[in-house]
Design a protein around this ligand. Sequence first.
Ligand code: FSX
Ligand code: SF4
Ligand code: F3S
Length: 378
Amino acid sequence: METHSALYQQGQQRLAALRQLPARQDQSLLERMQQYGISRRDFMKWSASVTALLALPLPFSNLVAEAAELADRVPLVWLHMAECTGCSESLTRADTPDLDTLIFDHISLEYHETLMAAAGWQADENLEHALEHYKGNYLLAIEGAVPTANNGAFLTVGCKGHTGLQSVREAAEGAAAIISVGTCASFGGVQAAAPNPTGAKGVHEVIDKTVINLGGCPPSEKNIVGTLMYFVMFGRLPALDMYNRPKWAYGARVHDNCERRGHFDSGEFVEQFSDDNAKNGYCLYKMGCKGPYTYNNCPTERFNSHVSWPVLAGHGCIGCSEPNFWDDMADFEKPLGRQLLHGLDATADTVGAVILGAAAIGIGAHAVASLFVGSKEE
Ligand code: FSX
Ligand code: SF4
Ligand code: F3S
C-alpha cells in the first residue's frame, strides 16, 4: 500500500515537470477567476473540498491548487459516441461559472465535438493533429456508448465517415489515460438496454487498455473534475473498484449517506408521491428508490453546484451509475425487492426487514467481488 508521503512526492514531481511545459491558454487560471469575481479564498476553499472529495489528507490541497493552475499543460481530447451529451452538460450548465467549470475551460481542451468552434474538415484535422502532436501524453475522455453491430456503422462521425468504433480505437492508442465519462461510455447505458439493436458497448469492451469508468447518467461535475484533477496531479489513475470506478467517488452506496436514511430505519415510507409522508421527506424505498443497490456519492456531493440530487428533489434513485441499470433496476417506481421477492415486502411491517436482507446481500456480493478483483492501485 502506497503511503501518503510517497504519493505527495509523486505529485510534487509531476507538477514540477508540468511547470516546465508551455502554458497553452492565453489567460492564467487566476486571471480567469478575477474575471468572474472568484477570490483567492474561494479558490483555497475549493482546493480543500476537492482534496476531501479525493479522500486525501488536507495538506494535499496545496497540490490540488497548483494542479488546477497547471491544468492547461495537460492536453485533453474529448470524444462523443452514442449519448445525449448530458455528461458535458453536467459540467458546463452552470449559468454563473464556478471553479469546476473554470477548470474545465482552463484545461487544454484540444478537441471536444460539442464545445469547439471548428467544424467539418477543420475539426477532423484538429483531432488528427492532437492525436499526433500529443501522442503518449493526452488524456482521452469519451462520452457515450460505442455501437459495434455492423462493424460500428450505426455511428459515423466527421467528414471522413469514420465510425465511432474506429475513432475510439485510434484515439485510445496514444492516450496516457482514458476516462469513460458517464454510464453510456462506462457500461453501454440506454443504448445497450435490451434488445440493444446497435450492439452498443462500454469503451472498455472495445479496447484493450485500462479505462476509468465514471458511472452516472450523468455523472456529477464533481466526479468528472475530481478525476481530471487526480490525473493532472499524479499523471495516473486513482484506486478503482471492481467496475473500474474511482473508489473515492463510488465506494459507498447512495443509501449509506442518504438524508432520508433515518426514516428508512424507522420504517417511515412515502406510499404515494402526493401523500403527507412525501411532504415530510420520508424514505422513497417503496416508491422504487434503488439507493440500497447503487454506489455513488450523490447525497454528499449533489449536482448543479451542490444544489440538489434526485432523492432531495423527491424521486427515488434509479441506480443510474450501475452497469445495466436500464434493464436491471426497472421498474424505476417500484421496489426491486417487490419484484424479486414476489410481493413479500408489500407491507410497511415487512419492508424494512426484507430490504435490509436484500441490501445486506448487495453489500456482501460487492465486498466479496472486491476481494477477488482487488484495487488497481494500492
Ligand atoms: Fe449517457 Fe452522457 Fe446519460 Fe446522457 O453523454 S450517461 S445518456 S446523461 O449524456 O452519455
Ligand atoms: Fe434514501 Fe432511497 Fe435509502 Fe430511502 S431507500 S434511505 S430514499 S437511498
Ligand atoms: Fe443516479 Fe441515483 Fe445518483 S439515480 S444521480 S445514482 S441518486
